[in-house]
Design a protein around this ligand. Structure first.
Ligand SMILES: [Zn+2]
Ligand SMILES: [Zn+2]
Length: 247
């Protein structure tokens, strides 16, 4: 066992001579054994999410808060998912990290990302509560363009770390949706309405599901996935994303 660990370290040392590890946020060169792919300064700039949070959508709450508390947005417009939680804010080093992963095709960043989801996500959720996981699907066209589904890669690696099985419900995009970046919350909801389908409803019937995505922006995408899964009979849908936009 010791010998194996030794040879792994030696291998990554030599591999690093050929492909030096670089910080995903500031591009500084890193030690061969830096498994976060962030230098110490940038790691400090990651704003991890912690309480107090809205008990439903996970939005951070400020001031004196006695938990559990539900934010006004969730009270006015209760989401279809039961809970949503994220690991860090999509800002500063966290934003750079996501950009490098998602748009720069730096797939190795999936490793620390999945580890953080397991460790930090474990502060909010208990993995035994779920029957299986699902990832938010990309439309096949987008998947072809990008070459990978960033949420699916995250979910696969994360699920191995926490020993959670794939739900296998066959959640897919039934139509192409416009990019959401410039839409208001109401338009986002409308834009994704009916965008998903469950190919194998039997697999989600009465199941407690963990839905994985890379970024939580307005929540409208995961909300629509949850609506679709619940109308197929899912008992619960809870959401875990790597990053979250501060709204
Ligand atoms: Zn850095
Ligand atoms: Zn809320």
């Amino acid at each position: 066992m010791k010998r194996q660990a030794f040879s792994r370290t030696t291998a990554s040392f030599f591999l690093n001579l050929l492909f030096p590890r670089r910080c995903a946020a500031c591009d500084a060169s890193l030690r061969f054994d830096n498994d976060d792919y962030l230098c110490r300064d940038c790691l400090k700039k990651i704003h991890w999410l912690s309480g107090p949070l809205c008990s439903v959508c996970g939005r951070p709450l400020f001031g004196k808060v006695v938990e559990p508390v539900t934010c006004s947005a969730c009270l006015e417009n209760p989401p279809h998912f039961d809970r949503a939680r994220s690991v860090f804010f999509l800002e500063r080093a966290g934003r750079e990290f996501i950009l490098k992963y998602k748009y720069g095709s730096n797939l190795h960043l999936c490793r620390p990302a999945a580890r953080w989801m397991a460790e930090r996500g474990g502060r909010f959720y208990s993995w035994d509560d779920y029957d299986g996981w699902l990832a938010v699907p990309l439309h096949p066209r987008k998947s072809r363009e990008r070459g990978f589904n960033q949420s699916l890669l995250l979910a696969r690696r994360f699920s191995r770390l926490v020993s959670l099985a794939a739900a296998g419900g066959g959640l897919s995009r039934s139509r192409f949706t416009r990019t959401q970046t410039r839409l208001t919350l109401a338009r986002r909801r409308e834009n994704v309405r009916g965008a998903f389908r469950v190919g194998r409803p039997k697999k989600v019937w009465r199941r407690r599901l963990l839905l994985i995505d890379d970024v939580y922006t307005s929540g409208s995408t995961v909300n629509e996935c949850a609506r679709t899964l619940k109308s197929a009979g899912a008992a619960a849908v809870e959401v875990l994303t790597l990053a979250r936009v501060r709204l």
